[in-house]
Design a protein around this ligand. Structure first.
Ligand code: EPU
Length: 336
């Protein structure tokens, strides 16, 4: 089924809730619909694959077609020893899939509870939280190549996953539309509780069951991250910067409590939220936009903001962090 919505408002299709418009939204629920959409004479010239709109900032009218998967099927494809392969269509809400996996007693996604967005968007930026990343459970990704008008499947290794990164943000950017994702989940317990206060929150709830981990993650997220229905936002606006060890060691001399996450012998990740906070910008407001007062990594729409206002604030934040720490922070959000 294909739905074409012409001259459509985007306010409810982006979690920042900025008031922009698109020439056209094309919803589809079967992967074959994409062959129909892109093989006809009037195939869209300019297009963008839109998931839940949770990692996107519209700064102007979108003069093209936003292609939106709406298929919501979840199926168990295979059981191999202790593992279960689950296939979810791109239009499934990510957290609905996590809730389903927890109900089924399947381990692997519980730390990724309550991340807003759709299944089709999860591999693109390799969503991650509380010590887990989507790459830890993704088995393979099915996508449609628009230029070739053909469907393909690639395995986990071919996706070149890294921190908030994948082949879909690089070689395949702007070329493909993800139609479904397969995940490898585990029937036996594999709790991952080493991130921050997670183990404490799980203990309070009676120990490391799937349900308790999900509830603990949801509670931590709700306490820090703004509800997009109340304050428009796109989660972390910036990526945590990856720097050489020598840079972090030097900063550590001055800022003893600065969080550092080692990645390899040479590289480590810093907490952009901490840097913004210590640059004095947590809770800062400017016109209709602001830096969230409980998590400085999140920029918020205080009401009626335009994309351009968000960008201005983002530049100010980047500048302040660069001035104070000499560190460049980059947006995680897609800017259109
Ligand atoms: N911190 C501050 N002040 C702040 C924010 C953070 O001092 O305003 C400190 C915290 O105290 C902590 C450290 O910075 O020591 C890291 O903070 P947090 O645990 O909140 O995680 P984060 O690195 O800021 C990342 C992800 C989040 C994810 C959390 C939990 C990125 C860009 N963001 O944030 O993902 O929920 O870890 O795993 O990697 C998202 O991508 O939209 C998102 C919310």
């Amino acid at each position: 089924m294909i739905n074409i919505l012409k001259n459509h408002p985007l306010r409810d299709l982006n979690s920042f809730h900025v008031e922009e418009w698109a020439d056209c939204i094309i919803e589809f629920n079967q992967k074959e619909d994409l062959n129909t959409i892109f093989s006809q004479d009037k195939a869209p010239q300019k297009w963008f694959a839109l998931g839940g709109g949770n990692n996107i900032l519209f700064t102007q009218r979108f003069e093209g077609a936003l292609i939106k998967p709406i298929g919501k099927e979840i199926t168990i494809k295979a059981q191999i020893d202790d593992c279960v392969i689950v296939k979810a269509e791109a239009g499934v809400e990510w957290d609905d899939l996590v809730a389903w996996s927890v109900e089924q007693g399947l381990w692997g996604m519980e730390n990724l509870s309550l991340i807003p967005g759709s299944v089709g968007a999860a591999p693109v930026q390799n969503i991650g939280a509380y010590g887990s990343e989507a790459k830890d459970v993704i088995e393979r990704v099915h996508y449609f190549d628009v230029e070739e008008c053909k469907h393909h499947t690639i395995g986990n290794a071919e996706c070149h996953f890294a921190y908030r990164d994948s082949i879909f943000k690089r070689e395949l950017k702007g070329k493909v539309i993800i139609t479904s994702v397969e995940f490898r989940l585990n029937k036996s317990p594999h709790p991952k509780l080493s991130y921050g206060d997670l183990s404490k929150e799980v203990e309070v709830r009676g120990g490391s069951t799937l349900k308790n981990i999900r509830e603990a993650v949801c509670a931590i997220r709700r306490s820090k991250l703004p509800d997009t229905a109340v304050l428009g936002n796109a989660g972390s606006f910036f990526k945590n910067p990856i720097v050489n060890k020598s840079v972090s060691e030097e900063l550590k001399h001055t800022y003893e409590n600065m969080p550092i996450y080692p990645l390899s012998d040479e590289k480590c990740k810093l907490a952009a939220g901490w840097l913004i906070d210590k640059a004095g910008l947590k809770g800062y407001q400017k016109g209709n936009v602001g830096v969230h007062d409980r998590q400085a990594l999140v920029l918020v729409n205080l009401g009626g903001a335009t994309g351009a206002e968000v960008i201005d604030l983002a530049h100010e934040v980047q500048h302040a962090v660069k001035e104070k720490f000499g560190i460049e922070i980059e947006p995680e959000v897609n800017i259109l």
